[in-house]
Design a protein around this ligand. Structure first.
Ligand SMILES: *Cc1c(COP(=O)(O)O)cnc(C)c1O
Length: 397
């Protein structure tokens, strides 16, 4: 070939090295993927991963991440999307049609409910919330139009731990009573458990989603989500919707999550230990009415957590005495030095965020004081305790 220099720069002879092995998987980037011939172009099927077809459908980097996440959660099929919220809305869009109804626990991750109120409602898809701590309440909320039931363990912010097998049993009973038609699917937001605290499919759920943004990343520097199933048909249905929506993830982001995975179990357990210690200490402090953490015996759902889980995530919430004004609780948060103000969790730096229970929870918790949610990072527990102690002095000043 005596092509022009420009052509030779573009049609470069680079081939990925044979015989090179290292710990980290390669970062393969592509929109275009070359086919060896027309026959391959016509027959490779991205849906069953029998061949690479186009960057949006996956590269060796994203396929590797999908496989490792499916293994972690005990599933068989996994797909990625650009955030935790994106996988939640993807599952909704894949499984729900006009006229259907979705049930959501009343302590679910807020933006998932906003999607139902603002978008699903406009498409003629209704939703209702149920009390996740009362399987009988779920049973009576299930109607003929119900097609999708979300679960979350522990719930967002108030951290109630539901009896997942009992909730799943209500859905199975309703499916058994239904003569034909589309069955109700159960989908768990497993961001808190992360595949470490319990194995979601052993508890009977059909779909498990995770915000990889939290533990799998661990760095507070990337957004991503995963959808995992053991059901090839369910996987295919959600995958087709993902393809039609044009959703995929970048190889550099996938690399960041792949880099976080080897240390994930160590981080999970280290943060768990620090969180339990600080939650128990916080419970003893004057001005604190209640601390919510599933491992604390007085926390809602403690018995189900003890039975079904072997670990707990890095979150606890403190409810202050109702007599303490929000402004003083805000001053407490502002006084913290190591704890930073911010959303998300499971990163290296501890975070806190104040919430108004009256505006995030329609029922229960009436009369409760201000709530602060803490996400414990990887700092020394002694330093974090000292920081909380000095900020509590500001609360009472
Ligand atoms: C953070 C979070 C999400 C959303 O994840 P993003 O990647 O931030 O969109 C969903 N569910 C739970 C329980 C979360 O904590």
């Amino acid at each position: 070939m005596n092509d022009d220099l420009t052509t030779r720069l573009i049609h470069h002879p680079y081939k990925p090295p044979e015989g090179f092995e290292a710990m980290a998987p390669g970062v393969h980037k592509a929109s275009t993927v070359f086919f060896p011939n027309v026959e391959a172009l016509r027959t490779y099927d991205w849906k069953d991963k029998s061949g690479y077809t186009y960057g949006l459908h996956g590269t060796p980097t994203t396929f590797t991440l999908e496989e490792r996440l499916a293994t972690l959660e005990g599933g068989t099929h996994c797909m990625l999307a650009p955030s935790g919220l994106a996988v939640m809305t993807l599952v909704d869009m894949a499984l729900l049609r006009t006229g259907d109804e979705m049930l959501v626990p009343d302590n679910a991750y807020g933006p998932g409910k906003v999607f139902a109120e603002a978008e699903l409602a406009a498409w003629g898809i209704t939703h209702r919330s149920y009390d996740p701590m009362d399987p009988a309440d779920l049973a009576c909320k299930i109607g003929p139009q119900t097609r999708l039931v979300w679960l979350e363990a522990a719930g967002s912010i108030t951290l109630e731990y539901p009896d997942i097998p009992a909730l799943v049993a209500q859905v199975r009973q309703a499916n058994a009573a239904r003569a034909g038609g589309r069955p109700i699917v159960t989908a768990l937001d497993n961001t808190w458990g992360a595949g470490i605290a319990f194995q979601p499919f052993d508890l009977g759920v059909d779909v498990s989603i995770q915000a990889l943004t939290k533990y799998p990343s661990g760095g507070a520097d990337v957004l991503m989500g995963s959808v995992i199933t053991r059901d090839p048909e369910l996987h295919r249905q959600i995958l087709l919707t993902r393809m039609r929506l044009g959703i995929g993830v970048g190889a550099n982001d996938a690399e960041l999550v792949l880099r976080g995975l080897p240390s994930m179990a160590l981080r999970y357990h280290a943060q768990d230990a620090s969180t339990r210690e600080l939650a128990a200490w916080m419970q003893q402090q004057p001005g604190v009415a209640q601390v919510l953490h599933p491992a604390l015996p007085d926390s809602p759902g403690h018995a189900a957590w003890k039975r079904d889980a072997t670990a707990a995530a890095c979150l606890f919430s403190a409810i202050f005495d109702a007599s303490i004004a929000q402004a003083r609780v805000d001053a407490f948060c502002d006084s913290l030095r190591l704890f930073r103000l911010g959303w998300s969790w499971a990163g290296p730096i501890s975070l806190c965020a104040p919430y108004k229970l009256s505006s995030i929870r329609p029922h229960g918790w009436s009369g409760a004081g201000a709530l602060v949610r803490f996400a414990i990072g990887l700092e020394s527990v002694e330093d974090l305790r000292a920081d909380l102690a000095q900020a509590l002095r500001a609360l009472h000043a």
